[in-house]
Design a protein around this ligand. Structure first.
Ligand code: ASP
Length: 370
């Protein structure tokens, strides 16, 4: 077969595969240009909001770099760095809401589809950009996850600046307000104190002191490059005012993020415990491997979360989850979706048409708490 006829053969077969709705994995090895893919970056809503004083949002920056030839994961991490460094986003990086002791502890992980490599850090203190430390774990160690003091020592040895305190005046002031309200006399027993703390957080969200989405809060960003390469990154300060040492879903491969370079990527924001229980990002990618559209794959994971939520304290009056979880998924063809248990949040997308904020598709109607 000549080169020319081989190319036609590949093209015809691949396009035939598309028409028949073949699963993405079936054409995963083909050159991107023949796969007719559309490069795309998607992220949680904050990915098209914060600019840290610059001109571009996370998804814009990542798309721009990715389509100018940068490595797909480098581009996504440069995007989330904008949000990590922006003091105004109090769910990620510098100025993220601290734990119950007033200390900002950050979690992040990343996965590189083509390289089939991953890295993560959890409960990391003192580094504004945990996503870059997660990438250093991926590139410079044989491991996938470093936590706490060990993660910080690793970051120091890799040349990252370690700061004594990542609070901003705003995150410190919000923590003080939470402390004053939830623990005025320092005598509540631990169970009551945890319950009071969560309730206080919800009340502060209801009063508009903090964004309800940011009681939990995170950025997940996934991309498909023009070369057909897929990667993802998730970075967070985790649950506001968490028990020190608490780690949610964000840095856990399969939970806060999962990437298969031939299939797609999925990541999450929202109540990490609900996602951790079902490793839903892995579930979504496996659903896409079987040919499901990202939207159906992610809605299926939300149904799993709903089915697994049976404890009364986690249910609203309708008997449905009293929290929100969001997923952001793309497949190897450039189809994508942002879904959530409950509507309201937006998600960020950047394609050749520029950055957009779109409403998530909701599994349930109404509000989580009502
Ligand atoms: N999923 C994160 C966590 O549980 C928080 C969030 O996304 O809001 O730590």
């Amino acid at each position: 077969m000549t080169t020319h006829s081989r190319r036609n053969f590949v093209r015809n077969n691949l396009l035939g595969g598309f028409a028949a709705g073949a699963a993405p994995a079936a054409f995963g090895q083909a050159p991107a240009v023949l796969r007719g893919l559309r490069p795309v970056v998607i992220a949680s809503g904050n990915g098209n909001h914060f600019k840290n004083g610059g001109s571009a949002t996370c998804v814009e920056q990542a798309f721009r770099m990715m389509t100018s030839g940068a490595d797909v994961l480098d581009a996504l991490i440069a995007g989330v760095n904008i949000v990590e460094l922006d003091p105004e986003d109090n769910s990620v990086g510098y100025g993220g809401l601290p734990n119950a002791d007033g200390i900002v502890q950050l979690d992040s992980c990343c996965m590189h589809g083509p390289k089939k490599r991953a890295g993560g850090v959890a409960a990391l203190e003192g580094v504004r950009t945990p996503s870059l430390v997660a990438k250093a774990v991926m590139e410079h160690t044989d491991h996938h996850l470093l936590v706490g003091a060990g993660a910080q020592a690793f970051a120091r040895n890799m040349g990252f600046t370690i700061e004594a305190d990542l609070n901003t005046p705003k995150s410190r002031q919000l923590w003080l307000e939470w402390k004053r309200r939830s623990d005025p006399q320092h005598y509540l027993d631990p169970d009551k104190r945890a319950a009071a703390g969560f309730k206080t957080g919800l009340a502060m969200a209801a009063e508009g002191l903090i964004d309800g989405e940011h009681l939990y809060g995170t950025i997940n960003c996934n991309g498909l490059s023009p070369k057909g390469e897929i990667a993802g990154v998730t970075t967070t300060s985790g649950l506001a005012w968490k028990i020190p040492g608490r780690v949610g879903d964000s840095p856990i491969l399969g939970a806060g993020l999962y990437v298969d370079g031939l299939v797609g990527a999925a990541g999450s924001t929202g109540r990490g415990e609900a996602n951790l229980y079902g490793l839903c990002s892995f579930l979504i990618v496996e659903n896409m491997r079987r040919g499901m559209h990202p939207k159906d794959a992610a809605l299926d994971a939300l149904k799993r979360i709903k089915a697994n939520t049976v404890e009364k304290r986690l249910l609203n009056r309708r008997g449905e989850p009293n929290f929100n979880v969001n997923f952001y998924a793309i497949n190897a063809r450039g189809d994508f979706a942002g879904v959530a248990l409950y509507g309201g949040p937006t998600y960020a997308v950047c394609t050749e048409n520029g950055p957009q904020s779109r409403p998530v598709e909701a599994l349930l109607s109404g509000e989580p708490g009502a």
